[in-house]
Design a protein around this ligand. Structure first.
Ligand SMILES: Cc1cc2nc3c(=O)[nH]c(=O)nc-3n(C[C@H](O)[C@H](O)[C@H](O)COP(=O)(O)OP(=O)(O)OC[C@H]3O[C@@H](n4cnc5c(N)ncnc54)[C@H](O)[C@@H]3O)c2cc1C
Length: 429
């Protein structure tokens, strides 16, 4: 057993793990990171066997809205960089701040148990054991595929988007993509250039946002004026009507939610290709039968390949879920970071919000480091924080009625979230 009871462990060296490492470094808190891949960058490193990016993947939020503010991307990096650029960015970040030195690579954390003294026993896949004062889980939200069970059996080729890397796999095939989230929409556009035919099965309606509005990345337009959410929803819907029109005209169901009540699809090409007849929109799935797919409207079509773009599920195989305060399948955490009654267990990156970017994860890291520091140096401030943590009654929705899906259970309103983080951060100073 390696006894490191003054040190904090970080599980993962993706954007969130690196944001944590940098903040522990800034606050002079001893830390040690573990990453199962051979390098940093998380899912943005396509060579990481657990990466869920594909050859054509780019940011869907613009670089200015996503980057770490203390480490801006180079001027010559595009507005919506590719995963290659992003992998380089995270490697540069790790090198610039010398974070690699505190990481062990090619080691997967297999188990994490709290001992009777409150320290965390961490075991690696090579059976090495460590005892840490605390642990930050930064293992990502988008690597464990969600594969719904459809009735029947499909005898063609069936893959999940996690396995998809290269559009060559579509060559000469009649392809059906199931699901129209951001990955599904990227992949369906890839398939157009390779497949014999491309259909997309869609259950729910979406709001579509183009990548550019008036020649600027859409997420940078209008940011100067802070409007109340209801007014912003009204104005942005009008703006979208002007730029993308009505998705129902292209065969999509009517959205069952208002804009910003679910993550919008940011894609300038899908409606273009539907309009050119390259992609046909189909209803939800009734069942599979051989190579045939029966849709909810009674139509039947034959395919060679189905790609499930049905998203990912949260996955914490190394820790007993009793520590995570699960509500359904999602940890119910104060500020999406702090499990109740746990002084030395933190999650970073369990966060989705329009425009929150990696800077949002960085701010989480900053608050975690402050909380750790306060435990050691200002116990009365820490105790106050811990009682807010255990009450856990901050509303982070900004009054929006997010749709009831597992992946929306940790969605927050960016402005509200950052202002709450600031409030608790200031209270700890
Ligand atoms: C196609 C695609 C497009 C996206 N576009 C955007 C975008 O435009 N803007 C945006 O903000 N976000 C986007 N995202 C979301 C993305 O999740 C975040 O940008 C970011 O990668 C999250 O970082 P993370 O560190 O939390 O997780 P990850 O990047 O998933 O990193 C987690 C790391 O933990 C490691 N790990 C996991 N389990 C263990 C273990 N047991 N032991 C050791 N190591 C472990 C993994 O190997 C990995 O390196 C996109 C995601 C995808 C898939």
């Amino acid at each position: 057993m390696n006894n490191l009871t003054d040190t904090y462990a970080i599980i993962g060296a993706g954007p969130s793990g690196l944001a944590m490492a940098r903040n522990f470094q800034k606050f002079n808190i001893p830390f040690m990171g573990f990453e199962r891949h051979s390098s940093v960058g998380g899912l943005w490193d396509i060579n990481n066997p657990h990466s869920t990016v594909y050859k054509s993947a780019h940011l869907i939020s613009s670089k200015k809205m996503t980057e770490f503010s203390e480490f801006p991307m180079d001027e010559d990096v595009a507005d919506f960089p590719s995963h290659y650029d992003l992998c380089k960015y995270f490697n540069d970040f790790a090198d610039h701040f010398k974070l690699r030195e505190n990481y062990k690579f090619n080691c997967e954390v297999k188990s994490l148990n709290k001992n009777e003294d409150g320290f965390w026993e961490l075991t690696l896949n090579n059976d090495e054991k460590y005892l840490f004062r605390g642990v930050v889980i930064a293992n990502g939200n988008l690597s464990e595929p969600n594969k719904p069970d459809f009735p029947g059996n499909f005898t063609g080729e069936l893959i999940h988007s996690k396995e998809y890397k290269d559009p060559e796999v579509f060559k000469g095939k009649r392809v059906l993509i199931i699901g129209a989230g951001n990955s599904g929409c990227d992949i369906v556009v890839d398939a157009v250039h390779y497949a014999d035919s491309v259909d997309m099965s869609v259950r729910r309606g979406y709001h579509f946002v183009p990548k550019y509005i008036l020649g600027k990345p859409a997420d940078t337009v209008g940011g100067m004026i802070k409007l109340p959410m209801k007014v912003k929803q009204f104005v942005d819907k009008k703006l979208l009507k002007l730029f993308t029109g009505d998705p129902e005209r292209f065969g999509f169901p009517k959205a069952d939610h208002d804009i910003y009540e679910s993550h919008p699809v940011v894609n300038s090409l899908i409606l273009h290709h539907i309009g050119h007849g390259d992609i046909r929109i189909q209803k939800g799935i009734e069942k599979f039968e051989g190579k045939n797919v029966h849709f909810k409207d009674g139509s039947i079509k034959e395919y060679d390949m189905i790609l499930l773009a049905t998203g990912y599920k949260l996955h914490y195989p190394f820790i007993d879920s009793k520590h995570l305060n699960l509500r359904g399948v999602t940890p119910d955490l104060f500020l999406n970071i702090f499990p109740p009654k746990e002084d030395n267990l933190f999650l970073i990156g369990l966060l989705e919000a329009l425009g929150i970017g990696w800077e949002g994860r960085y701010k989480q890291g900053e608050l975690i480091a402050q909380v750790v520091k306060s435990q050691l140096t200002q116990p009365e401030k820490f105790n106050e924080f811990a009682s807010s943590r255990d009450e856990n009654n901050e509303d982070l929705t900004g009054g929006l009625n997010y749709i009831k899906l597992d992946r929306m259970a940790y969605y927050v309103n960016k402005d509200v979230y950052l202002s709450k983080m600031k409030k608790y951060s200031e209270a700890l100073i």
